[in-house]
Design a protein around this ligand. Structure first.
Ligand SMILES: Cc1cc2nc3c(=O)[nH]c(=O)nc-3n(C[C@H](O)[C@H](O)[C@H](O)COP(=O)(O)OP(=O)(O)OC[C@H]3O[C@@H](n4cnc5c(N)ncnc54)[C@H](O)[C@@H]3O)c2cc1C
Length: 377
């Protein structure tokens, strides 16, 4: 048994809930502190690639995730009218008999991870945050917004890209910056033809992507490159989205344009990025997930990286007797891998921002990224 008997996890997102479950499995008593309400979970969907599914499988979570979403293999490039230009199967890197990737609604994924974390024995405090952290040679004490004080051996900051813990412990200078791009996402009914990752391309270079989330649903995404973060007034969002879809004549996209309405899930997210240099720990506080590496989503891998972080941190805490040794090994195994994926995703983002976007160059980078992700963690 390693140096950690009890841990706090600040943030109950993908990384926080996965690490809570992973730690309980190795006998570490875990308390998750999440500022949001249990019922707050929103968001469209997320894609988990083979490397994320492989890590979820190691943690006993993959079957429940696959049941909650839609596994897929096909990557298809089509013109605006829906005619297939190229189609290929993604390699099944984690299990030859299971899908290469998974699409799932974020609230559903959050529920699966929460159920497993609590079943494994983790305690989750919703509507709660940390107001003060004091650490010494023997432990870390947290003061919570509900007035409680508690003590543990380790605090894991899984509080996302804008991590307050990172700011407090590592300094104000480590904050995300805008990458010059953002994405519109819109959840729609899925037709049979939206059977995997589908990219619809116009000769002008305009693109719409679609990713499956369940038997019935998928989401559409549009990337927007702007020097400043885009601001569209709420009452103009539907028209804005309809205009984006208008040039696409594939029947499923025409249907999607007709369904645009305030009751549908539509969101715009600018990409704020950060790659923390090593070390990711300071004393008894360690960073995990977006708090350590916030990527542009071109590699659809931020969530997968958080899941891998959770697996590796639990492995290192399990196999090392000393806390410092475990955290150094965790960072050594994770920092280089996350940085490579961050660099590739950001390079594609920068390429897409150019007026003359080199598609072959981007595709080459994407293939390089996928090959890299396939390598064992
Ligand atoms: C547009 C877009 C598309 C993406 N698509 C994909 C994709 O397809 N595949 C993929 O793998 N990744 C994708 N990502 C990345 C992915 O969403 C993130 O990498 C992932 O959510 C990171 O998980 P996390 O647990 O580290 O952080 P988060 O999911 O951000 O969770 C952090 C949690 O901490 C809580 N919190 C924050 N501050 C505090 C505090 N002070 N006290 C207590 N709790 C706090 C928050 O409420 C939240 O629940 C995408 C990202 C974007 C922006």
């Amino acid at each position: 048994m390693g140096a950690v008997k009890k841990a706090f996890v600040v943030g109950g997102g993908i990384g926080g809930l996965t690490v809570a479950h992973a730690l309980q499995r190795i006998g570490v008593s875990t308390r998750v502190i999440e500022m949001g309400d249990r019922h707050d979970r929103i968001g469209t969907g997320i894609t988990l690639l083979g490397n994320a599914l492989r890590a979820l499988a190691e943690l006993g979570l993959v079957d429940a995730c696959l049941e909650g979403g839609h596994g897929w293999d096909i990557v298809s490039v089509r013109d605006g009218a829906g005619t297939v230009l190229s189609e290929q199967s993604s390699p099944r890197i984690w299990d030859p008999n299971r899908p290469a990737a998974l699409g799932i609604m974020r609230p559903r994924l959050g529920q699966v991870l929460e159920d497993f974390a609590t079943k494994s024995g983790a305690k989750i405090d919703f509507n709660t945050t940390v107001t003060q952290i004091d650490q010494d040679d023997d432990g870390v004490t947290v003061h919570l917004s509900n007035g409680e004080t508690d003590r543990a051996d380790l605090l894991i900051a899984a509080d996302g890209a804008y991590s307050k813990i990172r700011q407090k412990i590592f300094g104000e200078e480590f904050k995300p910056h805008y990458a010059g791009q953002g994405v519109w996402r819109y959840t729609v009914s899925r037709t049979q033809s939206m059977n995997g990752f589908v990219l619809y391309r116009l000769p002008t270079g305009r693109m719409v992507g679609s990713l499956p989330l369940s038997k019935e649903l998928c989401y559409l995404f549009f990337l927007e490159s702007t020097d400043e973060k885009l601001r569209v007034p709420q009452d103009q969002v539907c028209d804005y989205l309809r205009n984006l879809l208008t040039p696409f004549t594939a029947p499923e996209l025409v249907a999607a344009a007709e369904m645009v309405g305030v009751d549908k899930h539509i969101s715009y997210r600018p990409f704020d990025v950060l790659m923390m240099p090593a070390p990711w720990h300071c004393g008894r506080v360690v960073l995990l997930g977006d708090a350590a590496h916030s990527l542009t989503p071109q590699m659809t891998s931020g969530g997968g990286m958080a899941i891998e972080d959770a697996l590796v941190l639990s492995q290192e805490l399990d196999r090392n007797d000393g806390l410092e040794t475990a955290l150094v090994s965790y960072c050594r195994r994770r920092e280089e891998r996350a940085r490579r994926v961050y660099d590739i995703a950001y390079a594609i983002c920068r390429e897409e921002r150019k007026p003359e976007h080199g598609r072959d160059y981007s595709m080459g980078l994407l293939r390089e990224g996928y090959a890299f992700l396939a390598a064992p963690v």
